[in-house]
Write a protein that binds this ligand. Structure first.
Ligand code: PHE
Length: 377
């Protein structure tokens, strides 16, 4: 209820005390009738707003006060104002306690969850384009009966090079091309650790564990000492394959890969095999697919086709028949080079993803910008 502030005529200490007491009891009565936050706002506005009771007291008491009484009047005004503010604070506290009591008064109840409210929806992540490409390619080989194998990214020289028939001074073993783990000089060369430069060491690791016949596909991360640019990255992804059995021929290699490429890129692509060299395959080849951008013509209307450099062909992978020297390292597990033969292949998943999705900068795959990656959501 509004309180009308009477004008002071008597400025004695007794008169001031009486005026203050009267005012405060009106304030307390008003505070006691506050029941909810709406009441509280009315109360606060009535007593403490710019034109509220406190402001009225100030003018009613101080404006006409004689000079020699001003100090005393000021003191009583300040004391009254402090008590009114305190009254507001106590009223606020009382309301909070009442709300808590209504909720049961104890902590667990206050923190209880209203299960009828809708939950917070978190956006679901999407497959990264390189992983998506890898999974699609792996699936093609799984449908042919291949199983998935993997191995460590930190590898020994033995598995990454020696057992794959790399000669001791092969340039790939140089720090120019390979990232070595520091502090390994004390160890014999074959035990020295490095970041695997290809997924081929998993060929050896799997043949040590599984007897022939085997058909495996090996997706994984590899590292090379290349500075990053639009088509290079010190970390990238490969998909490796290995099939070993009796009487596996180069015809099996060609038929398997031709089928896989038609399955992956579409039935109209053709494959082409050209001689190449890898220490662990003999003979070795590079496989090209007819350009799935220009259909093999090398042109897109008036424009030259850039992805295939106008050749109509795109290099996709390296492959070959497993070199008998490689089987020598796993001979004791059933891989007698006179009895078994096999083929292997390895491709760059990042490069295939670039071509497939028409991305012109490899670095975009590794910067983690959701504006880019969200396009695959
Ligand atoms: N490991 C080879 C590379 O990284 C690719 C390859 C794998 C070639 C298997 C032949 C057989 O370039």
């Amino acid at each position: 209820m509004a309180y009308t502030v009477p004008k002071l005529t008597d400025y004695s200490e007794r008169a001031l005390e009486r005026a203050a007491t009267e005012c405060l009891s009106a304030c307390l009565t008003d505070a006691n009738s506050v029941r909810n936050s709406a009441d509280l706002k009315v109360f606060r506005d009535r007593w403490l707003s710019r034109k509220g009771t406190v402001a009225q007291i100030k003018s009613a008491w101080l404006e006409d006060a004689p000079k020699d009484a001003r100090k005393l009047v000021g003191f009583w005004f300040n004391a009254t104002k402090d008590r009114i503010q305190q009254c507001l604070k106590e009223t606020e506290d009382r309301l909070v306690q009442e709300v808590e009591a209504a909720l049961g008064g104890n902590l667990p109840d206050r923190e209880s969850v209203d299960i009828s409210l809708p939950g917070v929806r978190r956006p679901i992540g999407a497959e990264h384009p390189v992983i998506k490409t890898t999974n699609e390619m792996v699936r093609v080989f799984q449908k042919l009966g291949y199983s998935v194998a993997d191995g460590p990214v930190v590898e020994t020289d033995y598995y990454n090079f020696e057992a794959l028939n790399f000669p001791p001074n092969h340039p790939a073993r140089d720090t120019q091309d390979t990232l070595f783990i520091a502090g390994q000089q004390g160890k014999p060369q074959r035990e020295r650790l490095l970041l695997r430069t290809h997924t081929s060491p998993v060929q050896i690791r799997t043949m040590e564990k599984m007897r022939p016949p085997i058909r495996i596909v090996i997706p994984g991360t590899v590292h090379r000492n290349d500075p990053p640019d639009a088509s290079h990255s010190p970390m990238f992804h490969q998909i490796e394959g290995l099939a070993v059995d009796t009487n596996i021929t180069f015809g099996d290699l060609k038929g398997t890969l031709d089928h896989a490429m038609k399955e992956f890129f579409g039935s109209s692509v053709k494959t082409s095999f050209r001689p190449s060299f890898f220490p662990f395959t003999e003979p070795s080849a590079e496989m090209f697919v007819s350009c799935f951008i220009c259909g093999g013509s090398g042109r897109r209307g008036e424009e030259p086709c850039r992805p295939c450099k106008q050749t109509g062909w795109i290099e996709i992978l390296g492959c070959g028949m497993v070199d008998p020297n490689v089987f020598e390292f796993v001979k004791d597990n059933g891989y007698d080079p006179r009895k078994v033969s096999g083929f292997a292949f390895g491709m760059g998943a990042d490069r295939i993803a670039l071509l497939k999705y028409g991305v012109d900068d490899l670095q975009l795959f590794f910067q983690g910008d959701v504006r880019f990656l969200g396009q695959w959501a």
